[in-house]
Every structure is written in structure tokens, then in C-alpha cells.
Design a binder for this molecule. Structure first.
Ligand code: ADP
Ligand code: MG
Length: 320
């Protein structure tokens, strides 16, 4: 039974790569790391009811499990190559597996990524994906390296995924097209791989926004030994977010909502225009939202210049 499930996954995710000497089916995969490249590896786990809502479509679950991992490679400026999938399922369900494998494969194909192995067990629905990518030696982007005076930028828009999750709650009776756009951002995050490559040699530090801008920029600041100031008025928000929520709620989703999978990065001030032009050409764009300062911590200024204070459990709209 388990083997038939694995066959279904293998067939649906088939992707040939010269560097995969032996893929799914043996005791281990055999992979050829290209000469002169460093291997970037990352793993993230999604648990049903914790990292995605119960009832999420299987194809969305498969896509998202890969996307959150590719986002980590994007933040390092790495090019993806291979993945492993450890899958825990409550019951052997062929239709569910097919959907999940199709969603995973849809994103994998966009990046020529090969699924080379994994593990399949019984238990509460859980997916762990490990990804492997390449980066030229010494060129990876890291969280360390931001300097006082650098500009802070973010790709795309912030807050949509968290707002999408809010829209899934009962009694949220909202306009369907806007709601669908936000839920799409929650279920089908787009890893910013091309942006990560474009930032190599230019960004002084980079992180992907998975836990919310304030939390993740905070991690970048700690790793770099600096602080940051953010102007709330500059936060990029989608028209769907602003169409469904008031300004304060949209601001809080953008500051503290998770699951955006945008890149937040620092760039020496003199290179901001050049980086913005390149990322605009790549389609995601990048918005300058603040600056790196000496010291520590992330401070947020509201449009009128006053300082915003986060509550103990995050921002007010989130603890509500
Ligand atoms: P073993 O007991 O040697 O670990 P398994 O039966 O767990 O073998 O797996 C058989 C083959 O199928 C291995 O090559 C493994 O990498 C692959 N595999 C198992 N589960 C998955 C999965 N969910 N996705 C992709 N490959 C898988
Ligand atoms: Mg195994």
C-alpha cells in the first residue's frame, strides 16, 4: 500500500536532471553537486491545523510545503535543485496524495526541482520538505551584514496571507474577489527566487518574511548587530488588503502577519535605485520601508511620526 502511494508521488513529480544519478526508489538518492558550488540546504515542516487550516485543498498543501522551503533558498540567494518529502498521513488516500503531489509538482516544475526521495508514515497530517540548492562560494546572502545607514526594503506586498487567514474565519462576509486574492496569497505563496539571485552581491543582509515583518526583521537585526526603523506609511499593501480592511488593521497585518514569504533585505543607500529597478523588471518590485540604525531592536513610526508600540502578544489586532 505504502509503495503504491510512493509510486503515485514519483510519477506525478517526475523531473529529469543530469545531476540526479539515482532518485526515488533506492535506500538513498545519489546526487552530483556541481563543481565549484556550495550546497544550501533547508527544511521546514507543515502540520495540519497549525501551519495550514484543516480542510485546505491537497494541491495547496503540496504547493505550500515546497514554497516555504524555496523561500528559504531565495533568502540565501541560492538556486534550487533537489527536495526530499517526509509525509505523515492519517490514512492511505490516493486522491489526496494525487492532489498533494500535483500541487508540489506544479511549483517544482517552475524551478526545475527534482523530488529525489522521502519517507511515508501514518499519523496526523504533516509534511516535512528538505530542499537543496546551489550558490557560488562566498556569495550566499545571510542575515548578518546589515550596516547602520543601509536602507531596508521588502519585495511585493505584506499582510495579505494573514488577512486571508482572517477571511477564512466564520462570519467574515466579504467581497469574494478580494477575499479570494488574499486566500490565494495564504495558500499559494510565491517564493522570491529570482529576486534572491538578483540581490547577490548587492544586499548586505536578507531574510524571508515567514513569521511577520517585525519578527523577521528583528532576526536580521540581531544577526547583524544593528537596529532598524520602519515607517508604517511606507509598508506596501495590496489593493485587496486595503479594500477589505481599514488602515489600522491593514497596517497591523503588514507588520505582524505571517506567511508572506516576501524578502526583507538591507542595501547600501547608494544602490537602492539600481536594486529597485532590477526587482521591478523581475515583476515583484521592492519598496523602501525604513533604515538600519546603530543599536538594537525594530522601531515603527506611524504616518504622523509618533512611535507605534507593539502589544506583548504582538499587535492589538492579533491578540483580539
Ligand atoms: P526505506 O525503508 O529504505 O527508507 P522507503 O520505503 O521509506 O525505504 O522508501 C522507498 C523509496 O521511496 C526511497 O527511495 C524513498 O526515498 C522514497 N520515498 C518514500 N516516501 C517518499 C515520499 N513521500 N516522497 C518521495 N519519495 C519517497
Ligand atoms: Mg524510509
Amino acid at each position: 500500500m505504502e509503495f503504491r502511494l510512493i509510486d503515485r508521488i514519483r510519477e506525478r513529480t517526475a523531473q529529469t536532471r543530469d545531476d540526479v544519478r539515482l532518485g526515488i526508489g533506492d535506500d538513498a538518492a545519489l546526487l552530483a553537486v556541481p563543481a565549484g558550488q556550495e550546497l544550501a540546504v533547508a527544511i521546514d515542516t507543515l502540520v495540519e491545523g497549525v501551519h495550514f487550516p484543516v480542510g485546505t485543498a491537497p494541491a495547496d498543501v503540496g504547493w505550500k510545503a515546497l514554497a516555504v522551503n524555496l523561500s528559504d533558498l531565495a533568502a540565501m540567494g541560492a538556486t534550487p535543485a533537489w527536495a526530499l518529502l517526509a509525509l505523515t498521513l492519517p490514512r492511505p488516500d490516493a486522491a489526496f496524495i494525487d492532489g498533494l503531489a500535483d500541487g508540489f509538482a506544479q511549483l517544482a516544475r517552475l524551478h526545475r526541482l527534482a523530488l529525489v526521495g522521502g519517507d511515508t508514515t501514518r499519523g496526523p497530517l504533516t509534511l516535512s520538505v528538505a530542499v537543496h540548492g546551489f550558490v557560488p562560494p562566498g556569495q550566499a546572502l545571510t542575515r548578518a551584514g546589515a550596516r547602520a545607514g543601509d536602507a531596508v526594503l521588502v519585495t511585493g506586498t505584506l499582510g495579505d496571507a494573514a488577512a486571508g487567514l482572517r477571511c477564512l474565519q466564520p462570519h467574515m462576509d466579504v467581497q469574494t474577489s478580494l477575499r479570494d486574492a488574499l486566500v490565494e496569497r495564504l495558500n499559494r505563496p510565491v517564493p522570491r527566487l529570482a529576486a534572491g539571485l538578483a540581490l547577490r552581491g548587492r544586499a548586505s543582509a536578507c531574510i524571508d518574511v515567514s513569521d511577520g515583518l517585525l519578527a523577521d526583521l528583528g532576526h536580521l537585526c540581531i544577526a547583524s548587530g544593528v537596529g532598524a526603523e520602519i515607517d508604517a506609511a511606507l509598508l506596501p499593501r495590496s489593493s485587496a488588503l486595503l479594500g477589505l480592511f481599514d488602515e489600522a488593521a491593514a497596517r497591523d497585518f503588514a507588520l505582524a502577519g505571517g506567511d508572506d514569504y516576501e524578502l526583507c533585505f538591507s542595501v547600501p543607500a547608494a544602490r537602492v535605485a539600481e536594486v529597485q529597478a532590477d526587482l521591478a523588471r523581475l515583476g515583484c518590485g521592492a519598496t523602501r520601508i525604513g533604515r538600519i540604525v546603530a543599536g538594537d531592536g525594530v522601531r515603527v513610526r506611524d504616518a504622523d511620526g509618533s512611535r507605534l508600540e507593539p502589544g506583548r502578544q504582538g499587535w492589538d489586532h492579533f491578540s483580539a
